[in-house]
Ligand binder design. Structure first.
Ligand code: ADP
Ligand code: UVW
Ligand code: MG
Length: 404
């Protein structure tokens, strides 16, 4: 059985085609700059050279058509017909309180996802475009949606409620939802397997540090608290997002700078974080390079960024009344030796002892970077959100009567 995984953004569409018999990736790729003057398509078949081409792709239906053409192309393709694709799985960022697990796409499910547009205006409308584009190109293929928020639906009320009038929760569902749940679920499960211990027996903090970044406290195998909130803006400092700040800053700055709601939203989501403090870049590689060359603003950005992660790890150790394992994952967490060192150096009081040599090793597999005698085990676990989406899709399709 072959499953196509799609992560549709407003102007991009990333894809991976899996053979679920052995969970191998047959091809992956992305369409960027959809709707702009020149779209870039990058297609990477597993056993053939990468192809890149530039053309005009005005909307998502055409983007999906192009992906299907590439997957079945005589020269660059990996399957002979689209009938070989049994199901499509989509990443959907916001599932609100409606979706506690992945779901088969039906008309009712689409209605519910539309109701959540307001809570994730940057993400959910784009995901819906991806779902509709697949429907148009492959009308008979079942689709499954996998939500970033689903894993966090186990949080207790004390973690997910904001201390504001309850009527706002009842009327508008204002609460913490949390994101990157697919990643936090995947890496915590991988960590338990690596340590050969039952997942339920470990108190862990999973640090997903990528472009977007979040920490999750995982207790009894479930999300207990997480740093992102109603939207993916709260919590850690990120590439271009501010993370936590005093909410009073928002009306104050709007007033002083004469900013509209959408302008202040854009400032906090797109023009803050590493980018704002360094004045250089949102990319951690550029920040560390500049810091090594003596750039003071880059150093400040790095220090603020790592300090925030440390604060969350400490807070969650207290929240869970204990901590066994810290996990680093995603683009920065998996690759930045200096970031992991900076975070762990301030956690010796908890019993974290980093092994510098292990931390410096470059590897793509799950590994321990703490010393053997460290009271807290620190792991680097490569995330794989797409694989988990493919697995959920496969499981749901097999369960659904349509497939049998
Ligand atoms: N070797 C590296 N050192 C430090 N940061 C890195 C390295 N490689 C990638 N990154 C960071 O990873 C980020 C992307 O992470 P990723 O998890 O792919 O993000 P997203 O899925 O949110 O786009 C980039 O912005 C870059 O800063
Ligand atoms: C929810 C979120 O922040 O996603 P990403 O890290 O892909 O931006
Ligand atoms: Mg990501």
């Amino acid at each position: 059985m072959k499953v196509l995984v799609i992560n549709a953004g407003s102007s991009s569409l990333k894809y991976q085609l899996y053979n679920m018999m052995d969970e191998s990736v047959l091809a992956s790729g992305r369409v960027e700059r959809i709707g702009m003057d020149s779209s870039i398509v990058t297609h990477e078949p597993a056993d053939k050279p990468e192809v890149k081409n530039v053309s005009e792709i005005l909307e998502h239906t055409t983007a999906v058509r192009r992906v299907l053409d590439l997957l079945t192309d005589a020269k660059h393709g990996v399957i002979s017909s689209i009938n070989e694709i049994h199901a499509v799985g989509h990443r959907v960022v916001h599932g609100g309180e409606t979706f506690k697990q992945s779901a088969l796409v039906t008309n009712d499910v689409k209605v519910e996802i539309r109701k959540l547009f307001d809570l994730a205006p940057l993400h959910n409308p784009a995901h819906m475009m991806g779902i509709l584009a697949v429907e148009e190109n492959m009308p008979d293929i079942p689709q499954v949606v996998v939500f970033d928020t689903a894993f966090h639906q186990t949080m207790p009320q004390q973690s997910y409620l904001y201390a504001i009038p309850m009527v706002l929760y009842r009327r508008h569902k204002v609460r913490r939802y949390g994101f990157h749940g697919t990643s936090h679920a995947y890496v915590s499960d991988q960590a338990a397997k690596f340590l050969n211990k039952p997942l339920e027996s470990l108190s862990m903090v999973s640090c997903h540090i990528g472009n977007g970044a979040s920490c999750t406290a995982i207790k009894d195998g479930k999300s207990f608290d997480t740093s992102m909130g109603m939207t993916p803006l709260e919590g850690l400092m990120m590439g271009t997002r501010s993370g936590d700040l005093d909410p009073a800053v928002v009306p104050y700055v709007m007033n002083k700078e004469d900013l509209s709601v959408s302008e202040v939203n854009s400032m906090l989501n797109k023009h803050s974080g590493l980018q704002a403090i360094s004045g250089l870049s949102s990319d951690m590689r550029e920040i560390t390079d500049a810091m090594n060359e003596g750039d003071k603003n880059a150093k400040l950005a790095f220090d603020m960024y790592t300090y925030r992660i440390r604060k969350y790890v400490g807070a969650y150790a207290a929240a869970m009344n204990g901590l066994d394992t810290i996990i680093f994952t995603a683009g920065v967490g998996e690759n930045s030796v200096v970031l992991r060192k900076a975070v762990c150096e301030g956690l010796t009081f908890l019993g974290v002892e980093l092994d510098e040599e292990r931390n410096s090793e470059r590897s793509k597999v799950t590994r321990r970077i703490s010393t053997d005698s460290s009271r807290i085990t620190v792991l680097v676990v490569p995330t794989n959100e797409e694989l988990l989406i493919a697995r959920d899709t496969y499981a749901i399709i097999r369960e659904s009567s349509d497939y049998n």
